[in-house]
Design a protein around this ligand. Structure first.
Ligand code: GLU
Length: 312
């Protein structure tokens, strides 16, 4: 499929149909409770944006309102680490779905401190350790990368959310110490976890994120600036990891319904990629038990069903 073949689809109309029908799903689930600064975000928030490779943006609802990107940041941090280390990144990280909660510790003991994938918290902490070893300020490096990819210099992080998460970061601190005991974390635990919490507290809108992820829909090159972020093969590999590991321990059901590589976060955002066509982002704070936005997943399922476009 290519972008010109896609001009037959009226994406704005598809988005408006989704917006009309999504309301019952906005009452479901809960905003993330374990990060106090996120727990009060109204469940009625809903936004969605598409950014095509030919430069059009389609949007509905609260698509221009910044929200806490949380684990969506792991995709971009992993892109930076993969760019730095290439295939050797996989000496410290697996590439398999975990089938466990994103903040679980259980597999780390019998898998000798090697996290299953870069999108669970343990894996994201290893990625952050790689970035901390390479950059003087890894959080600034991730932030600058996100600003460039979204063409929005105003992207920043919410220090209240970062502090709020850090005050309750016992599990992430435990995971980091555990991996350090196996030699798979090289920097100080405080530095890695503090930097990770700031990375998760970055705020972006659906419009920013649809644009930021579009390099993956375009074989690794940012469509408007022509910056090559990843070579084509690496972009394929990262998208494949999103497909198999990007939506927590509900990934099988998510891919069954939606049919796109995606990465979700407990702020209620989900980014997705339709290769050769566009970057996508949806946001609504009500989460299911795995941590995926209920309305967000439903909207993506409708997008691929109504447009007839997915990777399959
Ligand atoms: N900052 C969150 C945590 O570490 C990210 C979780 C997520 O979005 O999956 O728990």
């Amino acid at each position: 499929m290519n972008a010109s073949a896609d001009q037959s689809i009226d994406y704005q109309r598809v988005l408006e149909t989704i917006h009309r029908d999504i309301e019952p799903f906005l009452k479901q689930g809960q905003a993330a409770q374990y990060i106090p600064a996120l727990s009060g975000v109204p469940l009625t928030k809903f936004g969605m944006a598409l950014h095509t490779l030919s430069g059009e943006t389609y949007l509905i609802g609260d698509a221009e309102e910044p929200f806490s990107i949380q684990s969506i940041s792991k995709l971009f941090a992993c892109t930076l680490a993969f760019r730095l280390l290439g295939e050797s990144l996989w000496r410290r990280l697996g590439r398999e779905p975990s089938g466990t909660a994103f903040n679980s510790l259980v597999q780390l003991e019998y898998e000798r401190g090697i996290p299953r994938n870069p999108f669970m918290n343990a894996g994201a902490l290893v990625v952050m350790d790689v970035l901390c070893s390479h950059f003087v300020r890894a959080d600034t490096a991730v932030l600058q990368f996100l600003r460039r990819l979204s063409a929005n210099q105003d992207v920043g992080y919410d220090s209240d959310v970062a502090t709020s998460e850090l005050e309750r970061a016992d599990r992430n601190i435990a995971i980091a110490h555990f991996m350090r005991s196996f030699g798979n974390l090289h920097n100080r635990v405080d530095d890695v976890v503090g930097t990770y919490c700031r990375q998760c507290a970055v705020e972006m809108s659906c419009v920013d994120l649809a644009k930021a992820v579009s390099f993956l829909a375009n074989g690794g090159t940012v469509p408007w600036s022509r910056e090559r972020v990843l070579d084509r093969s690496s972009a394929k590999r990262l998208s494949a990891l999103m497909l198999t590991c990007g939506t927590y321990d509900a990934v099988g059901d998510f891919v069954y319904r939606v049919g796109l590589p995606a990465k979700s976060g407990v702020g209620g955002g989900i980014v997705a990629v339709l290769p050769g066509v566009m970057g996508i982002c949806v946001w609504s704070p009500g989460l299911d038990r795995s941590g995926n936005s209920i309305a967000g997943r439903q909207a993506l399922e409708w997008l691929t069903t109504l447009s007839g476009r997915s990777i399959f």
